[in-house]
Design a protein around this ligand. Structure first.
Ligand code: CTP
Length: 415
């Protein structure tokens, strides 16, 4: 069963015009329309005549709860002015899938159906996600048309490589709905409260090798860190995500540095912090590593004694770097504490020891919070000793609260 979509604050009541043109990939857009509507956006769908042969307006109407339009000449007075009003009111126009024909019409400024008329009339950001046969995409005419649109400020999304309706492999596949959603968020987040800010987020668990096939790690899924990266992107920040190995999709727009060990994570975080305004250290960093990494696979014939040594404490290293050169330290540093007992006391100690502005502590012994699950119950403790106990929330909601606190901290510090 598909999990219901959480409301996304950035999308709440945003007027999104979704243009659908005649490609088999149109069915994927129904999924996107549904996600956008569930997340809180007001989605007005315009189908070209060809699109309506693949997916009916009723499908879109059902998932968006709003009329889906096709015909510019339909009888009602409302439709008569729709091209102007839809375009005027829109916060964003996304055309997905966009056929070679619609792209060509847009490049020429043609306005012969409700969608192309709207595209010409609107002044909102326009995103175009092409979907077509690989040869059509590569044709110089299509390429020239896409360049023309780009030069006018239109954002072209994809297309992706892969298998196409023809059965052939090539570049021309519509981006998947999740990726399109990420691009919509990125476009709407422009100019948000953290625009111009650089935010570094660490996520996931680190792995410390024992031999070429084994490692010591922890149960971190990376979900909280990835949610923080998305929340920072939703506020318009420039995000660097330093991540241990996870299976999670990278939020659209984040720069990614993939690492395995604590040493590699330390190096990547310190490098990224040199230019950052904010560090959100959500990674579950391995505290110990094998003192010696075997060059060859350890054989079971001799059970090994494993000697461990301490790894570097990344947050302490960040704090030391600041002592050396204060201008190199993020203005705001947030830690995350995983505790199984004495949550407040231990977390408070970490705020002092690691010189944090804020720590988000969670009780990992609770079944509905912490590792792997989608929810978290977090206590926020700041450097002045202020304590805020949050109720059980999704990790996306926790991330939103943390980012709101970060905004306030930046303001208080006058940065
Ligand atoms: N952390 C770090 N470097 C480490 C270990 C942890 O930067 N080597 C960071 C974590 O990313 C987190 C914070 O320190 O933001 C607290 O991590 P936690 O595991 O709760 O605490 P530890 O410092 O490891 O202490 P302990 O395991 O004794 O609770």
């Amino acid at each position: 069963m598909r999990t219901p979509i959480d409301p996304i604050a950035l999308l709440e009541n945003k007027k999104i015009v979704l243009g659908v043109t005649g490609s088999i990939a149109a069915y994927k857009t129904a999924d996107l329309a549904s996600t956008l509507a569930q997340a809180g956006a007001l989605v007005d769908v315009i189908l070209t005549e060809a699109a309506a042969r693949f997916v009916t307006p009723l499908t879109f109407q059902s998932v968006t709860g709003r009329p889906a339009r096709t015909d510019m000449w339909a009888a009602s007075a409302e439709t008569h002015v729709a091209h102007v009003s839809l375009g005027e009111r829109a916060d964003l126009l996304l055309i997905a899938p966009a056929t070679a024909e619609t792209i060509a019409k847009m490049a020429q400024g043609l306005a012969d159906n409700l969608l192309t008329v709207t595209a010409l009339a609107t002044r909102c950001p326009v995103l175009v996600a092409p979907a077509m046969d690989g040869a059509m995409f590569e044709h110089p005419a299509t390429q020239a048309n896409l360049r023309t649109l780009e030069a006018r400020g239109v954002t072209i999304l994809g297309p992706a490589e892969g298998r196409m309706a023809s059965g052939l492999m090539g570049r021309g596949r519509l981006l998947e709905p999740d990726a399109l959603l990420g691009h919509v968020r990125l476009a709407l987040a422009r100019g948000g409260p953290l625009a111009g800010r650089r935010v570094v987020v660490s996520a996931g668990g680190t792995q410390e090798p024992l031999d070429p096939v084994r490692f010591i790690s922890n149960r971190s899924s990376g979900k909280q860190g990835y949610a923080l990266a998305q929340a920072a992107l939703d506020r318009g920040a420039q995000v660097t995500l330093v991540t241990g190995p996870t299976a999670l999709p990278v939020p659209v727009g984040a720069g990614v540095v993939s690492v395995q060990t604590t040493g590699q994570m330390a190096e990547a975080v310190l490098a990224a912090c040199a230019e950052a305004d904010v560090l959100l250290m959500a990674a579950a960093v391995a505290d110990f590593r094998p003192a010696r990494v075997a060059e060859h696979k350890l054989k079971k014939s001799a059970v090994p004694e494993i000697q461990l040594e301490k790894t570097v404490d990344i947050l302490s290293a960040v704090a030391e770097a600041r002592v050396r050169s204060p201008e190199h330290r993020p203005a705001v540093v947030v830690g995350f504490a995983a505790e199984s007992q004495h949550l407040r006391e231990n977390a408070q100690e970490k705020v002092l020891l690691k010189r944090l502005d804020l720590i988000a502590a969670n009780d990992i012994s609770a079944k509905d919070a912490g590792f792997s699950v989608d929810t978290n119950r977090v206590t926020l403790i700041d450097s002045a000793g202020g304590v805020e106990e949050l109720p059980l929330m999704t990790k996306a909601q926790v991330a939103a609260v943390v980012l709101s606190r970060v905004e306030k901290l930046l303001a208080v510090k006058g940065c």
